[in-house]
Design a protein around this ligand. Structure first.
Ligand code: PEP
Ligand code: MG
Length: 328
């Protein structure tokens, strides 16, 4: 089996009945720029920029960030690379910046932190833009957006950084493309504001890890409540269905970059609901491609239909895992 799964590595992904599914990588460690698996993927769906920040002893300079971002953009010159702006706070505190809060997951994290520190945000976005000079494959993704005001404010800062770097690029005689812009769909409030995203963003990416945490009010890292942290909860699945249907209706490209996309059952359900773009950790790529290639879209749609109308997460889990196991 390992051999068959290995054989999937450099092939594009299709369902058994030839529906193309776009598979992207979740990245963040520099090792991701040189792995063999990247031959058969459609780009990077989530580059977690906080990882380089977490590995340093102090804030990385604009030059340090530029060279780190350049490395990943240059590895995939013909495919899109989605670079997420700093998502610290919550479970990802920086060792050189202490944030003491009673409820860190409800506190100063992601875009909330960077909008309160525009100097940090501007350095990062300038570094991203400089790294993308001469290339045309960068998308910028904003984490933890809970309302349109945050998005508009972040867009204003990105525009400022763009004007600064555009002037620099012109001096250097190098082209600077405008990055495509997207937001993470991971705070439940934004589910009710999707139409306001039309014309404001170029794409959206679903963070099923945080979406599950915030919809179910369950800390994603607390072992005591781990049994109720469940992305197969029918409420989470119905939220995911709402997002893809609304994204399709509004013609906003949607993908999923939470762990659910790299889980065999999760991937089948997502494709069955209508998702065509999944982003996952390197280690899941071959397995997910293998499973998708052996199941038809109609079968996935049937499973999704069952899951969306089920009352219990356990029923979703047993029915879908039985199905996957039957198929080997
Ligand atoms: C998510 O929340 O699903 C996600 C992909 O982001 P992170 O796990 O980095 O919070
Ligand atoms: Mg998240």
């Amino acid at each position: 089996l390992a051999k068959i799964v290995e054989g999937e590595l450099d092939k594009a992904s299709y369902t058994k009945d030839n529906q193309r599914i776009y598979i992207h990588l979740n990245a963040g460690l520099s090792a991701d720029t040189c792995i063999a698996v990247n031959k058969g993927v459609d780009g990077v769906g989530l580059y977690r920029t906080e990882v380089p920040f977490l590995l340093q002893r102090s804030f990385p300079s604009e030059e340090e960030q530029t060279s780190q971002y350049r490395a990943i953009l240059a590895t995939y010159p013909d495919q899109s690379v989605v670079m997420r702006t700093l998502d610290i706070g919550g479970d990802k505190p920086l060792p050189y910046l202490s944030i003491e809060e009673d409820n860190p997951f409800l506190g100063w994290r992601g875009i909330r932190f960077t909008l309160d520190h525009p100097e940090i945000f501007l350095i990062q976005v300038r570094a991203m833009l400089k790294a993308s000079m001469g290339l045309d494959n960068m998308d910028i993704l904003l984490p933890m957006i809970s309302g349109i005001a945050e998005l508009d404010e972040a867009k204003g800062l990105i525009e400022r950084a763009y004007c600064e770097v555009a002037a620099y690029a012109e001096e250097q005689g190098v082209e600077l493309q405008r990055p495509r812009l997207g937001i993470m769909i991971e705070v439940p409030s934004i589910l009710y504001q999707l139409p306001a995203l039309k014309g404001r963003v170029d794409f959206i990416s679903v963070g099923s890890n945080d979406l599950t945490q915030y919809l179910l009010a369950v800390d994603r890292n607390n072992a005591r409540v781990a049994n109720i942290y469940d992305s197969l909860h029918p409420a989470v699945l119905n939220a995911l269905k709402h997002i893809i249907d609304t994204g399709n209706r509004l013609e906003i490209p949607v993908s999923v970059c939470g762990e659910l996309a790299g889980d065999p059952v999760g991937a089948l359900l997502l494709v069955g609901m209508g998702y065509r773009s999944l982003s996952m950790n390197t280690r899941n790529v071959a397995k997910i491609k293998y499973i998708l290639r052996h199941i038809t879209l109609a079968e996935m749609q049937q499973l999704a239909q069952f899951a969306l109308t089920a009352a219990l997460a356990d029923d979703v889990r047993s029915k879908t895992t039985d199905f996957v196991e039957e198929r080997g």
